[in-house]
Design a protein around this ligand. Structure first.
Ligand SMILES: [Zn+2]
Length: 140
């Protein structure tokens, strides 16, 4: 818990019991989660928290750069504790989100946009989501 306190402090987040518990869950799951998923885990642990509080905490973490939203996944919002630039692959049927380990594509897009800047826009982060479906699901 001390390590989590440290992380929150370093990101300018005032420590509360609820923020500590939510971040602990995010760290442990270490994947793409909705507020509902976090809430379920908290409930199972007997930690009372409302949906609104979980959303507030997640949005605060997102504002402070501690987590990020998965852009193309739609509603409900899916959050990611891994904030390094990477590509998401979203299954349009199950809404399951996976990470694409291809860093060459991220570099390719970053390099392209550095050479072909969008007028009036300073690029701060590359966030790419690919949407598809299970290629084998309908073949049988
Ligand atoms: Zn991810």
């Amino acid at each position: 818990m001390e390590q989590i306190r440290q992380i929150l402090r370093e990101n300018g987040i005032q420590i509360t019991r609820q923020r500590l518990e939510v971040y602990k869950v995010l760290k442990e799951l270490n994947t793409h989660v909705t507020a509902e998923t976090v809430l379920d885990v908290l409930k199972r642990r007997g930690i009372p928290m409302t949906v609104a509080t979980v959303y507030n905490v997640l949005n605060l973490f997102e504002q402070k750069g501690l987590i990020c939203k998965v852009g193309a996944a739609g509603e409900p919002v899916i959050y990611d504790i891994n904030t390094y630039e990477h590509i998401h692959i979203c299954d349009q049927e199950t809404r399951r989100v996976r990470d694409c380990p291809d860093m060459q594509l991220v570099e390719l897009v970053s390099r392209y946009l550095a050479e072909h800047p969008v007028e009036g826009l300073r690029l701060t982060r590359v966030d790419i989501s690919l949407i598809g479906e299970d290629a084998f699901a309908h073949s049988i």
